[in-house]
Design a protein around this ligand. Structure first.
Ligand code: F3S
Length: 418
């Protein structure tokens, strides 16, 4: 398709003329331009949106200006729209040493977006809370980990949106039809086969490691992974976040597990893979080693709950911490959202965690908050996404390991290199 070729309905033409107000006119103009560049033929309605530009770290002062202007112009979202983590824990920002003026700017962003009708969920895992997509639904989602999850695990359809463009789609209630909205663009392209030995022992820690590896080797191709026998929700969440961090992945099929891959043939829609890659224990070991930027030893902070922890994960952390004490010199921070935190508190998991000395970090995460006042140098995590980003965002050395080893590191104040 050539540029400027999108077919518009009469209603869309009226919106473009400004008949439904400035926010919608600006939104359709921006989305139409993107659609034309990407070869879209028309707009399609979306079931929901999820925004990333809600964090002050991402939006900055420019974002506040944009949101102020849109709110003054009466902008309203047209579909259920949720927010990614912000840059503060709204209740405990003082405990996390967030500068007051920084917290104020984040609160302003939240207020402006709430005026537009967004659901202030402040989480990267909206798909198990108040924004739960269905198979085949078209969406406008940002937050790369959630995009991989909803495309792959649920079979919903969204391109990797970016800040502000996601809000335009939410205001318009539509996106240009291209990329992963088209069934033919969702076919697998490269085959990643786990060898027998790896397949037999594949467990919890392997999901973020494989995700990390897939992000790197898939480049811009859609991978089909064969050899994972079973997976649970949290493991697929960890996989999705890691895969989205190290590459441009937005969709990964896992044979026998994700809905568009009941078989390898179906995942490829009958075509041959353009490339085949075998992965064994050695590749996984090397990858896992490369995810750490130091060899173990000291630890200042242990960060878990990336993506935001589920109730089941918090139950597990509480079990590992029951009756134990975190070393005084170490911080253990567990990231989650408000709804899970409330439920976990009611179920007394958080009581156990806090008694051991752990802290809940709610509606935000280590990656999004200003942490320079802590002077952390050594961070330990079980998250592929934290392992990828925190050396830059928090400025620490990072050690990647299992969840259990993370908790042990917080208790002992040391991480033993494996
Ligand atoms: Fe979520 Fe923060 Fe991780 S946004 S995916 S907890 S880096």
């Amino acid at each position: 398709k050539r540029m400027a070729d999108m077919d518009l309905t009469e209603e869309e033409k009226r919106i473009l003329e400004g008949e439904e107000g400035e926010p919608k006119r600006i939104s359709i103009r921006i989305l139409k331009r993107i659609g034309e560049i990407k070869g879209a033929d028309r707009f399609i309605p979306i079931a929901s949106a999820h925004l990333v530009g809600c964090s002050y770290q991402i939006a900055g002062e420019a974002g506040i200006e944009i949101y102020k202007k849109l709110a003054e112009q009466g902008a309203r979202v047209s579909v259920p729209t949720t927010l990614d983590p912000g840059s503060i824990d709204f209740e405990r920002w003082r405990e996390f040493k967030t500068p007051e003026e920084y917290a104020e700017r984040q609160i302003i962003i939240g207020d402006l977006l709430e005026k537009m009708g967004v659901i202030p969920l402040w989480t990267c895992t909206p798909y198990y809370l108040l924004n739960v997509p269905l198979f085949g639904q078209d969406l406008a989602w940002s937050e790369s980990s959630a995009v991989v999850f909803v495309n792959s695990v649920i079979g919903a359809r969204t391109n990797r949106m970016s800040a502000y463009v996601d809000l335009c789609a939410s205001i318009l209630g539509k996106v240009p039809r291209f990329g992963l909205h088209l069934p033919e663009e969702r076919r697998g392209e490269i085959l990643v086969e786990l060898d027998r030995e790896l397949s037999d022992l594949f467990s919890d820690v392997h999901f973020p490691v494989l995700g990390y590896l897939i992000g790197q080797i898939a480049e811009d191709k859609i991978p089909v992974i064969a050899g994972i026998k079973k997976a649970n929700f949290d493991q697929l969440k960890a996989f999705s976040a890691a895969a989205a961090s190290t590459g441009s992945a937005a969709l990964c099929h896992i044979v026998g597990i994700t809905p568009e891959a009941p078989s390898s043939e179906r995942a490829f829609s009958g075509r041959d893979p353009v490339k085949r890659i075998r992965v064994g224990i050695n590749e996984m070991r090397k990858m896992m080693e490369s995810m750490s930027t130091y060899d173990g030893g000291e630890v200042d902070v242990v960060g878990i709950g990336c993506p935001h922890a589920s109730i089941d994960q918090i139950r597990r952390y509480a079990e590992l911490l029951r009756g134990r004490k975190i070393k005084e010199s170490v911080e253990l921070w567990i990231c989650t959202n408000e709804m899970v935190e409330k439920m976990a508190r009611r179920m007394s998991y958080i009581d156990t965690i806090e008694r051991a000395g752990g802290k809940m970090m709610v509606g935000t995460c280590l990656n999004d908050c200003p942490l320079s006042k802590w002077n952390f140098q050594y961070l330990v995590t079980d998250s592929g996404k934290f392992a990828y980003y925190t050396p830059t965002t928090v400025g620490t050395k990072c050690y990647f390991t299992t969840t259990k080893a993370c908790i042990e590191a917080a208790i002992k104040g040391r991480i033993e290199g494996e």
